[in-house]
Write a new protein. Structure first.
Length: 416
């Protein structure tokens, strides 16, 4: 590996974002540039190189916050990782030694700053007002989450934490960086103590929050915009709270209202009446479903009666009713098969053309094994399914083999 200078040791990368998260451009000396490992290059999906600089404004993936992207010279920065004291930039082309200009993708960076500072504020409110400490944080592409530990957050708790956090935003409190040892930060009232030696970096929200953190943050709570809690779900022993901040809140609100308006138009109701209108539509759907199911069952029974009255295949004193249906729901096979199997020494071999569904049913006096018969069919025609001695159902992998599968089942029953 080639490195600039006379020493083979890379010094710790100076992290410019520690003191100024708003620095969008910078100049730095290229200390090393080497081809990425095969695994890393395959993740990038393009030829890639790993670059280490003397200093950088690029934030590496860490603490639940994703890495920055941007450019180093003409090279695109694809990924940024933390390797001990060095920050490694994965780029799409080789960089020459010497000085290079770097530029951060600012919309992405500022979005991450809004989300991360918003998380600090929201976590502080959950702990202060409801004794729900945050145990993990994830900054996603569309939404963010924190996992809180303790009682289940009710709607009142979620709304209360959201409202308290937004009050701090409206007051536009200062957000600043503090440095100190774990002991010094503890004396200042840090929210979550860490067991680490040396000087630590912490983020302070004036009068609200002091938390060790290496991430990028806004300068005042007003820059967070607004916080919107989206929901809460049980995750193992904790509760995962989903939220968005800043521009994401605006986008989520616009998307939610657009969806609400579209649903209202479909239901032919006013947006404020969507809940009652949808409840009425669901009740009508359920009632119609029951009626249709009853009609299907009656129709299947009538068709089964006609089938039993018609001449049918006989095999070893068995009456075999074999049929491939078209344009009926899969449950129709069950209704028809059950009706057929009510007659002694009768077997129903049924299929649904185009879909590949199979159903074998028999009267217990028929003395065969429908589950074993289905498995014999699948030995020749690929498919999956199973059941019991008198009733088995499955699905062919190739629905075009329906007639052949039913023919094979008839042959097996006939002992051919």
């Amino acid at each position: 590996m080639l490195r600039s200078g006379t020493s083979s040791k890379i010094m710790a990368t100076r992290r410019l974002y520690y003191d100024d998260s708003f620095q969008k451009e910078f100049a730095a000396k290229v200390l090393s540039c080497e081809p990425a490992t095969a695994a890393t290059a395959s993740q990038a999906k393009v030829p890639a190189w790993e670059v280490i600089l003397a200093q950088t404004a690029f934030y590496p993936t860490s603490g639940g916050q994703p890495h920055d992207i941007g450019k180093l010279g003409d090279a695109q920065v694809l990924k940024v990782t933390d390797r001990k004291d060095e920050i490694v930039h994965l780029v799409d082309r080789r960089l020459e030694f010497g000085e290079v200009r770097g530029s951060i993708n600012w919309p992405r960076r500022f979005d991450h700053m809004q989300q991360h500072t918003g998380q600090h504020l929201l976590s502080a409110m959950f702990q202060k007002h409801f004794n729900l400490p945050t145990v993990s944080f994830h900054l996603g592409v569309e939404v963010c989450t924190i996992d809180v530990r303790g009682q289940e957050p009710s709607e009142e708790i979620l709304e209360g934490a959201e409202r308290a956090a937004n009050q701090m935003i409206f007051e536009d409190r200062c957000v600043s960086v503090r440095y100190g040892t774990a002991e010094e930060l503890s004396r200042l009232g840090v929210r979550k103590e860490v067991d680490r030696e040396g000087v630590l970096r912490a983020i302070e929200i004036e009068g609200v929050e002091l938390q060790p953190c290496g991430g990028t943050h806004v300068r005042s709570t007003g820059q967070i915009g607004i916080i919107l809690v989206r929901g809460c779900a049980k995750i193992r022993q904790d509760w995962r709270v989903e939220f968005v901040c800043g521009t994401r809140t605006e986008e989520a609100a616009r998307r939610d209202f657009r969806l609400l308006r579209e649903v209202a138009e479909k239901l032919k109701s006013a947006p404020e009446d969507v809940v009652s209108s949808s409840a009425r539509a669901v009740a009508e759907r359920d009632a119609n479903f029951k009626k249709i199911r009853a009609l299907l069952e009656r129709l299947a029974g009538a068709e089964a009666t006609l089938a039993l009255e018609s001449p049918g295949a006989q095999a070893n004193s068995l009456r075999i009713i074999s049929r491939a249906f078209e344009d009926v729901p899969a449950e129709y096979l069950g209704f028809f098969g059950t009706a057929i199997a009510m007659t002694e020494k009768t077997v129903a071999l049924l299929g649904l053309a185009g879909a590949g569904d199979l159903l074998f049913a028999q009267h217990p006096m028929a003395g065969k094994d429908m589950n074993a018969l289905l498995k014999q069919v699948f030995e020749k025609f690929a498919g999956k399914g199973g059941g019991a001695r008198d009733f088995a159902r499955g699905k062919l992998a190739d629905s075009s083999q329906m007639e052949n599968a039913l023919a094979l089942a008839r042959e097996k029953l006939s002992g051919v």
